[in-house]
Write a protein that binds this ligand. Structure first.
Ligand SMILES: N[C@@H](CCC(=O)N[C@@H](CS)C(=O)NCC(=O)O)C(=O)O
Length: 241
């Protein structure tokens, strides 16, 4: 049995995590049957989601998960792409998972109002007397990670500019095609669409969403990917709901 660990719909997205969305898409692209369960980050060495159990085998990180199943099934999510396209596919993923991902995280976690309406809900299970302190510590860690990476050493305008250049590159690659490399979705669509879905949500107050949503070809692309892979949520319903 295969189980994907992550989180289901939140913040008007199929998952609060673009990386969980990416893997959820890629497992479907590979034609796999799998269960979805809530992640327990403390239970895995890398303390990140997504992670997958394939029987007794734990696989962590969206890239290793993809390759594990590609090798197991003898399939490739870049089947039919030329060597140049395969290189571009990998580079597009790496691009989407760098500045766009950092922009999404910093807008959600470092902006007080966005944190209150969004990520603060992850701490609902922390006993009330300790909750504020735990949230403060986690946000400080996030802030240090973003500072360390250099991303939040840029001004807000510069961060937006970096995100805009990534979005422009995605638009150029997409062109008039249905998917990044043609009429069929492939590996990079999972990563890029997951980041665009996360960036475009209007749940948060951020100029990032308009950077995506003002382009009809991108909203069309997001809609196509959602129709294909997120038409219905198969995540368990949280107990508190
Ligand atoms: N490189 C990883 C990134 C995964 C990742 O950053 N996951 C986030 C959720 S979007 C996470 O688990 N963060 C928890 C933490 O850093 O403590 C992958 O591709 O799977």
């Amino acid at each position: 049995m295969i189980t994907l660990y992550g989180w289901g719909p939140l913040f008007d997205c199929p998952s609060p995590s673009p990386f969980v969305m990416k893997t959820e898409i890629q497992l479907q692209m590979l034609g796999l049957e799998f269960e979805r369960q809530f992640a327990d980050l403390e239970s895995v060495p890398k303390r990140k989601a997504p992670y997958v159990m394939d029987g007794d085998l734990l696989i962590q990180d969206s890239n290793f998960i993809r390759v594990h199943f590609e090798e197991k099934l003898g399939k490739s999510l870049t089947e039919g792409l030329s060597d140049e396209e395969k290189a571009a596919s990998w580079a597009l993923e790496r691009m989407a998972e760098d500045h766009l991902s950092k922009m999404i995280v910093s807008e959600r976690w470092l902006n007080d109002a966005n944190f209150e309406k969004g990520p603060s809900m992850f701490f609902a299970g922390v006993p009330e007397p300790a909750r504020a302190g735990v949230m403060k510590d986690v946000r400080e860690q996030q802030s240090m990670v973003m500072q360390g990476s250099g991303f939040t050493r840029h001004s807000p305008e510069e961060r937006l500019q970096l995100a805009e250049w990534d979005i422009q590159a995605i638009r150029r690659q997409l062109g008039a095609k249905a998917f990044l490399f043609g009429s069929e979705p492939s590996a990079a669509d999972a990563s890029v669409a997951a980041m665009l879905i996360s960036a475009s949500t209007e749940f948060f107050d951020t100029p990032l969403s308009a950077l995506v949503n003002r382009h009809a070809e991108l909203t069309g692309y997001i809609a196509r990917m959602k129709d294909l892979y997120f038409a219905e949520s198969r995540w368990p319903v949280p107990e508190a709901a």
